[in-house]
Design a protein around this ligand. Sequence first.
Ligand SMILES: [Zn+2]
Length: 115
Amino acid sequence: MHEYSLVAALIERVAAEAQAHGASRIARVHVRLGELSGVDPSLLSTAYETFRERTVCDGALLSLSLSPAVWACPRCDARLERGQPLRCAACGVPARLLEGDELLLERIEMEVPDV
Ligand SMILES: [Zn+2]
């Protein structure tokens, strides 16, 4: 499943960050998911629950925030209203997707021991 490889990559990145910061524990992982990312949020959560055991993310919660798709004109930068045709009314050129296809590791809450 697509979601499992995404989660594996995600945990790898968290592990790298944890090591870089000398974190002893990860408390929470914040991920932003675009509505056009093709990723099912509930499948992603399930995959995460399964995968995190015995990794640096064991015991860490996953916070998912969903972001809507944003389209804009590549020529005049006008944002398109939701539900409009994906073409700029003024320039007549096809719109470009600005946001909404991303899976973004936004923030990691980690505990770093005092030195
Ligand atoms: Zn335009």
